[in-house]
Design a protein around this ligand. Structure first.
Ligand code: PMP
Length: 359
């Protein structure tokens, strides 16, 4: 069966060699006579998997020793609650920069716990350059969504917080470009875009932010539980962690984060060039804020967008429909999207445009 080009925002395309490896090992993982799914999370083979996943992530992102890497469940959405439950006392405050729909969901959870201040850019696709004066000196942390999956925007320069820990939701672009982990107090990401299948959430947390939760914080929502027990306090999502480990191996074999970044710049460049040179397609994001991963575009004509989506699907381009809050189309070009997929999409867009009689 032919595989399609999958432009989904998540769960998203996975590297084909990883899927093949999973298939090859599915019934008998490394001579254990059983599937990874059937292995006890306390068994040596699974311990190796989780340790390897952690050390690969440390290597790929050059994570300093004073940061912990933990694997959790509940998606990035549970982090919206866990972050304030661990780091925001009821009499404390935190700053939330609202650059998109996901940051707005994050702040809603923080408001239930303590005093969440909000910084709202003037425009939907704006990423302002923040300096320490923008934040409250009393803030326990500053929260950002570093890549806005729905709006197709990203930071090109991190906010300067003047020493307040910066916490970033990197769900939709972790491992897509080089970052300096030491600029952050914490980074978190749901796996189902650049890391693996859904079901596991990764967090990279500076040691100073662990052990801050109050006694009333539920055990499973306390970062200290995951750190103390190496993410094995209870049964972790074993299969998702196994696939995540294979994805990290694939990233390493393909040039690491630098290799991913070079490929991503090339892929995104191709699509942005096509849109910018077109007189039919339009991208609403100012060039300096554009995401490498999520690229919204439209013809600014709903009927024509619908026709484009229908014809694209028939040609094997899947999940190109844009998020309802932005409309039109959205192509998510995660690490595992091959260059050929973007070249084929661009070819299809040019053909579609010429068929509209050079609109
Ligand atoms: N944050 C961002 C930036 C996202 O893109 C998403 C999912 N698309 C989420 C949070 C929510 O993730 P989850 O479904 O894992 O809770």
């Amino acid at each position: 069966m032919k595989r399609v080009y999958n432009f989904s925002a998540g769960p998203a395309v996975l590297p084909e060699p990883v899927l093949k490896k999973v298939q090859g090992e599915l019934l008998n993982y490394q001579e254990t006579g059983m599937s990874v799914m059937e292995l006890s999370h306390r068994s040596a083979p699974f311990q190796n998997i989780i340790e390897e996943a952690q050390s690969l992530l440390r290597e790929l992102l050059s994570i300093p020793d004073d940061y912990h890497v933990v694997f959790m469940q509940g998606g990035a959405s549970l982090q919206f609650s866990m972050i304030p439950l661990n780091l925001l006392g009821s009499d404390q405050e935190a700053d939330y920069v609202l650059t998109g729909s996901w940051s707005k969901k994050a702040v809603k959870e923080a408001e239930k716990v303590g005093n969440a201040r909000t910084l709202l850019p003037h425009e939907k696709f704006e990423i302002p350059a923040y300096t320490p004066e923008d934040f409250s000196p009393q803030s326990s942390y500053v929260h950002i969504t570093s890549n806005n999956t729905i709006e197709g925007t990203r930071y090109h320069k991190w906010p300067e917080t003047g020493g307040i820990p910066l916490i970033a939701d990197m769900s939709s672009h972790i491992l897509s470009e080089k970052i300096d982990v030491s600029s952050f107090g914490m980074i978190y990401a749901g796996a189902q875009k650049n890391l693996g299948p859904s079901g596991v959430t990764v967090a990279i947390i500076h040691d100073s932010l662990v052990g801050q939760a109050s006694n009333t914080c539920p055990t499973m929502l306390n970062y200290e539980t995951y750190v103390k027990h190496d993410s094995l306090f209870n049964t972790p999502p074993t299969f998702s962690i196994y696939v995540l480990k294979l994805v990290l191996e694939w990233v390493k074999e393909n040039g690491g984060v630098e290799g991913m970044q070079a490929d991503n710049e090339r892929k995104a460049g191709l699509l942005y060039n096509c849109i910018d040179q077109s007189s039919l397609f339009h991208n609403p994001v100012p060039e300096k804020n554009r995401s490498l991963m999520n690229i919204p575009f439209s013809t600014r004509d709903e009927e024509l967008d619908a026709r484009f989506l229908k014809e694209a699907k028939a040609e094997g381009f899947e999940f190109l429909k844009g998020h309802r809050s932005v409309g039109g189309m959205r192509a998510s070009l995660y690490n595992a999207m091959p260059l050929e997929g973007v070249e084929a999409l661009v070819g299809f867009m040019k053909k579609f445009e010429s068929e509209q009689g050079g609109v």
